[in-house]
Design a protein around this ligand. Structure first.
Ligand code: S3P
Length: 225
């Protein structure tokens, strides 16, 4: 029996969102989703006057290496909103890294946790949320984002993604094969789904600030969202 098949059934993310403290806390000895309540997650960000006050959370979606976290942080600062990174919140709740969750529990457990953490964040006040590359591909998460937030696809070409992901070894999906081949396949499969995002912004090789400007301009053009 593999380590995964021995452990996966025993540990799970909470199924009952109404009682987050009952579960999750076991996963890798983490603090559990209970502590990641919207009230706690949304506190204490120095908020400068917003360039435009978005009424909804802005969710960045797209491939690994597209720059969602880096752009998200800068976008949040520009808009005077708090910033959250879904993968970091999952790691905080689980008490271990995304890599460890994949290794010890498998991708299904990670996706369960990701779905729940993002659902919880979306319940909170408006913020900028960077999601992991697979989050928007999950049907339930995608519907939640469409209902509650403005989504932005940070679109980057394959060469740029390959170059960016080569800087870090933190992506479990890229470990079993040639990263370029894997990214190419994922981009082909996921591209049409990312294209369902409300806004699409090219994330090129330039400064993140330029991407932020494009997003802000598109948000201003569509002031209703
Ligand atoms: C994943 C992307 C990762 C992380 C996990 C799975 C994916 O996040 O959520 O490794 O399925 O594309 P980044 O997009 O921030 O690298």
């Amino acid at each position: 029996m593999t380590a995964r098949s021995m452990t996966a059934p025993a540990i799970h993310f909470p199924l009952d969102m109404a009682h987050p403290k009952r579960s999750m806390d076991l996963l890798c000895g983490g603090i559990g989703l209970g502590s990641a309540s919207p009230a706690r997650l949304m506190k204490a960000h120095a908020i400068s006057p917003p360039m435009l006050p978005p009424r909804k959370t802005i969710v960045l979606v797209g491939m690994m290496g597209a720059g969602k976290s880096a752009v998200g942080r800068k976008l949040a600062a520009a808009l005077g909103l708090p910033f959250h990174d879904a993968d970091s919140e999952i790691e905080r709740a689980a008490g271990c890294s995304v890599n460890e969750i994949f290794e010890q529990l498998g991708e299904t457990a990670f996706r369960d946790g990701e779905r729940k953490v993002i659902a919880r964040l979306l319940e909170g006040p408006p913020h900028v949320l960077a999601t992991g590359g697979g989050a928007f591909i999950d049907t339930i998460t995608r519907e939640r984002i469409k209902r509650n937030a403005t989504s932005v696809w940070l679109k980057a070409d394959l060469d740029l993604l390959v170059e960016r992901v080569s800087r870090k070894q933190t992506r479990p999906l890229l470990k079993n094969g040639n990263p370029r081949d894997i990214l190419e396949r994922l981009l082909r499969e996921r591209g049409p789904v990312y294209a369902e995002a409300d806004l699409i912004v090219e994330s090129g090789n330039g400064q993140h600030e330029a991407v932020v400007e494009q997003i802000v301009a598109q948000l201003e053009q569509r002031a209703g969202i």
